[in-house]
Ligand binder design. Structure first.
Ligand code: PMP
Length: 450
């Protein structure tokens, strides 16, 4: 290990890592220092080149080190480093980005609230709906329906909406949230067909609404494809059916597109273009700036905006950095690059190749399921393919495969028995094929040692 790396790691002893086994990280070699990045690649502090197979954290959609982005952010900082969007103030970058996002968002989603993370986008959605219902004279309408397997963020409320297992050992605002059944057909479908499983999920939704009372529920929140819960798509037609049930019960549908928007599934937004429905709220972050600046958006319907803008009431919600000029400039330039280079369109071909290549790994014995779509994929490892028996947690199969990948120059993300791949969207065919080769090698090596 280079001397530099040791010095950095000594300083890093003061840093509390996110979503990490803080004890295990004390062991030598457990942390990787990423020092540099360009395009689809990152470099560690020893200079080792690796394909960024997770796009930072599902976010660096246009690739690393884009100088047009860096120039746009710098120019913005030179002109207006900071001003808020509080009270009666606004600024050109936030205004322009709000208009652009509203144009790209489907249907009647024309108003945008900026925050600085996906967690804040989801918290903001719920706070806005609480305010909306209070203003409509329905203060009791405040519960949220979420789903097992969901990930909606790490603030207190967003974590309460996240699947229960994620907050083991912590408190969560559970009194506000009810978790519906997981939509994972392969794991939860038992002897049902996919169509029957869909009916079972919709029955669970309806039964939950009946039990809690629609008059007590403000929102249903769902990721189009569950991400950090293990990349889990819902059965075909699920989102549209759930949306219809919500509509019939005056429950707002929040599509958490923090991962799925801005090209990852081949469209700027997946809700309408991939899943055929227009929700009441879309929350997004990550790909909105491709990770160059922290920024999120809570995009709401005309109805919601109209109610929260009625006379005799204040919108008492705001973060100092809501719509930060540098972040807004990053968002505008990121979208301009995506439009000019046709990145979402290209993903429909390159992402499909990536998906198909990964699906081919199902012939390796320990691969139980390969799932997701385009550049959002998960590979689940099983001890027994027929019974779908999982490896015990302490076998650390996902982690072992991720380490074997890293050794071969690919960063992938382990999540229990699942390996997640969500690379930059600028991958060309040779890179895509190389990822497949590395994965095949790494999984085969780990399987042999189990
Ligand atoms: N929603 C989804 C679907 C996510 O994947 C994430 C983050 N992985 C979040 C919300 C939270 O976003 P952030 O980490 O920016 O708070």
């Amino acid at each position: 290990m280079a001397r530099d790396t040791l010095e950095i790691l000594a300083q890093d002893d003061h840093l509390i890592q996110s979503f990490a086994d803080l004890n295990a990280l004390k062991q030598q070699g457990a942390r990787t220092v990423i020092s540099r990045a360009k395009g689809a690649y990152v470099y560690d502090s020893d200079g080792t080149e690796m394909i960024d197979g997770i796009g930072g954290l599902w976010c660096v959609n246009i690739g690393h080190g884009n100088t047009e982005m860096i120039d746009a952010i710098t120019d913005q900082l030179k002109t207006l480093d900071y001003y808020s969007t509080f009270y009666n103030f606004t600024h050109p970058a936030a205004a322009a980005l709000a208009e652009k996002v509203a144009q790209l968002a489907p249907g009647h989603l024309n108003s945008v609230y900026f925050g600085n993370s996906g967690s804040v986008a989801n918290d903001s959605a719920i706070r806005m709906l609480h305010h909306y219902n209070i203003r409509k004279g329905k203060p009791e309408k405040k519960m949220v329906l979420s789903r097992h397997g969901a990930y909606h963020g790490s603030t207190h409320l967003a974590m309460a909406m996240t699947t229960p297992g994620y907050s083991d050992g912590w408190h969560a605002a559970n009194d506000l949230v009810h978790h519906l059944r997981s939509p994972h057909f392969w794991r939860e479908g038992d002897e049902l067909t996919e169509a029957e499983f869909l009916e079972a999920l919709i029955d669970d939704l309806i039964a939950s609404i009946d039990r809690i009372g629609a008059e007590n529920i403000c929102a249903f929140i769902a990721e189009p494809i569950q991400g950090a819960g293990g990349v889990v798509p819902a059965p075909k037609g699920y989102h549209k059916r759930a949306w219809e049930v919500c509509k019939a019960n005056d429950i707002k549908y929040i599509a958490d597109e923090v991962v799925t928007a801005f090209g990852r599934l081949g469209h700027f937004f997946a809700s309408e273009d991939v899943f055929g429905m227009v929700p009441d709220i879309i929350t997004t972050a990550k790909g909105l700036t491709s990770g160059y600046q922290p920024l999120s958006a809570t995009i709401v319907s005309d109805d919601i905006h109209e109610v929260i803008s009625r006379p005799d009431g204040m919108f008492l919600h705001g973060m100092t950095y809501s719509g930060h000029p540098a972040a807004a400039a990053a968002g505008l330039t990121n979208i301009a690059i995506m439009e000019r280079e046709g990145i979402p369109q290209r993903v429909r071909t390159t992402g499909k190749r990536f998906e198909n290549n990964l699906r081919g790994l199902i012939d390796i014995e320990i691969v139980g399921e390969v799932r997701g779509g385009h550049f959002m994929m998960g590979i689940e490892f099983v001890k027994d393919r027929d019974t779908k028996e999982s490896y015990p947690d302490d076998a650390q199969v996902g982690l072992k495969v991720a380490r074997a990948c890293q050794k071969r120059g690919l960063i992938a993300r382990p999540l229990g028995n699942v390996l997640i791949l969500s690379p930059t969207l600028i991958m060309d065919e040779p890179m895509i094929d190389r990822i497949e080769d590395i994965l095949r090698d790494a999984i085969t090596e780990v399987a042999a040692g189990l």
